[in-house]
Design a protein around this ligand. Structure first.
Ligand SMILES: [Ca+2]
Length: 197
């Protein structure tokens, strides 16, 4: 799965996935009860080319580490397969994958994980002790948060590899909640992944 949740529409601030290094976090008044909304974004992993790629280059230089070995990526109309170097900014690549034609690409061009997604769904799960997933409402737009069922998942439909989607989350802390650093609510994204045809 190369879908990630981002905090910003420019897709530069990905949420951490499992290690709480960059969580979606807020501060709430637990005495009176408090509620906060935030827009979040879903997109394929992407990166920018640090150097131009000629038609027969087999090393791809990115401006930041990204992608995984054996993953397919797409630049312009060309698909490429990562042979080696996954997780670094210097990747060995197989050109013209899947019947696409090798082409020149400029520095600054965008590379995306080469997968389309359908049936995208975001759900909240509580990973420890009492289930507080009902503190969270999810909806495709902010105005639909009011009518969203607490703890229910949200269906976001399909997106192609270069598109981004957004959704909203509302966290409501019940009045009388004691002071705590709460880290057990997680957003889980599921989807059907397909290669670009
Ligand atoms: Ca809990």
């Amino acid at each position: 799965m190369t879908l990630h949740i981002y905090m910003d529409a420019a897709l530069t601030d990905p949420l951490s996935e499992g290690d709480l290094s960059n969580p979606d976090q807020d501060v709430f008044n637990g005495t009176d009860g408090d509620s906060k909304d935030r827009q979040l974004f879903l997109a394929n992993e992407w990166a920018t080319l640090a150097q131009a790629l000629s038609i027969d280059d087999v090393v791809l230089e990115l401006t930041a580490p990204g992608f995984a070995s054996t993953e397919l990526i797409v630049i312009g109309a060309e698909q490429l397969r990562i042979v080696n170097g996954g997780g670094t900014s210097s990747l060995t690549i197989e050109r013209g994958y899947g019947g696409t034609q090798p082409a020149e690409h400029q520095a600054g061009a965008l590379a995306y994980s080469a997968y389309d997604y359908s049936q995208i769904q975001v759900q909240v799960t509580d990973t420890a002790e009492t289930d507080e997933s009902s503190w969270v409402r999810l909806a495709a737009s902010q105005e639909h948060l009011d009518s969203a069922d607490p703890g229910a998942s949200v269906d976001l439909g399909p997106k192609n590899y270069s598109a981004s989607l957004s959704f909203w989350r509302r966290i409501t802390v019940p009045a009388g909640t004691p002071v705590q650093n709460k880290t057990d609510l997680k957003l889980r994204v599921t989807a059907m992944e397909s290669p670009i045809l």
